[in-house]
Design a protein around this ligand. Sequence first.
Ligand code: AMP
Length: 501
Amino acid sequence: MKENFFNKLLNKARENAALACLHLADGSTRTYAQVFDRAGQYARTLQALGVGPGDRVAVQVEKSAENLTLYLGTLQAGAVYVPLNTAYTREEVAYFLGDAEPALFVGGAADAELASRFPGIRCLTLDAQGQGTLVDEVNRHQPLATVVPRETTDLAAIVYTSGTTGRSKGAMLCHGNLAMNAEALIEAWGWQASDVLLHALPIFHVHGLFIAMHCALGTGTPMIFLPKFVGAETLRWLNRATVLMGVPTFYTRLLGESGLTAESVRHMRVFISGSAPLTPQTFAEFETRTGHRILERYGMSETIINTTNPLVGERVPGTVGYALPGVEVRIADAAGVEVPRGEVGMIEVRGGNVFSGYWRMPDKTREEIRADGFFITGDLGTMAADGRVAIVGRGKDLVISGGYNVYPKEIEEALDDIPGVRESAVIGVPHADFGEAVVAIVVPDGEPLDLEQLRPHLADRLAKFKQPKALFNVGELPRNTMGKVQKNILRDTYRNTFRAE
Ligand code: AMP
């Protein structure tokens, strides 16, 4: 089917041409007409630079309105957007350029050296103020008046997974994936003409780039577009918003602001959380303080969004709700056979949201997408009788101690319930006797805890084989930019805990 996803957004932009699309941190506003005209200038510039349909445009720049219009212009020109985390080092970016082979790389001013390593790739800069050589080019061009036709199965973006084990993989997302997911989310979250989204997420990741932005652009409603999340400032902007989408860290930081009260967020329609688990403690504290029950949903680079708690109906903490319309979820064993309801298994997903494979990795694609079309997510979970899904943890974080499966989340929840514990992370480390031993890393609320005092609390709640063999106090857990705890770093740090035994 012929459908460049950009057309859907453009139609909404035309209907709402004179209305605000972006409220920027400097107090200025851009209308839909301005944003989509600018996107058109980018599209024409890409064409002038020889970037054709299917060509990749790799982008590693700070979040800005220019960055957003570069993304839209790439879609309009029928090219493939490849966002890169701003935290990536030059060597990491070199890997992505070698892998994606973009026609154009838009990066920082310091990337001239990188450019010299890839003579076949056009390298241009773009900075947050919109000053730079690409912007100079763009300013010279009129908007492209047409939209380059694409099939729903044509590539729209390649999103590299964070790759904590092995090389990062490029998830290939098509125009149809973006369109289907945007439509399902707008419906599921009851998007309204009066909505104003507070957008403080990065736009190099599916959460900020697709999930958040497509809900607003797909309904022609405004976004408060902030370069990043800063607790006090974000709270001030919240006065003008109706929807916040964030990672759990946003909510723990907001709870640290004394200005967060029921009164201050009375006008909000919904708070949405995802990309990492929201603890039941944060959910409960947020409800006590504001009266709002945070709506948690579950997604990933390869599938955008899979499941969501309901807008109307019970939002159950510690669960990620039900499969979106058009998405099938099953909890399966290693052979892909569904396990009985309530039992732990691998979460598998099939539907219009599922990516078409990993860029130039046919073997990986075959390993992770089954012949029947189900994608093996790598997340372990359960499904209740009514279809409600709960995530137990990443499969690779499962600890096997003395032959028993230990699901870290269960131990983390028990630890987090103990007074004086702010949060915790549980990992498995090598152990001569048990194969792996359970180790808990604990962040105290204030002073370091006497860890031995925690043991009696756990003894009441957990079978002996699940109880940590060692506990450590730390000031904070290592997290990536999306708020995910980096357990690979913890495993490295505590790898030798039992080496002498
Ligand atoms: P990414 O591809 O960077 O978006 O990471 C996707 C992974 O984030 C998923 O496979 C899950 O492990 C995790 N994730 C996303 N949303 C949630 C959630 N609501 N609860 C727990 N884990 C989540």
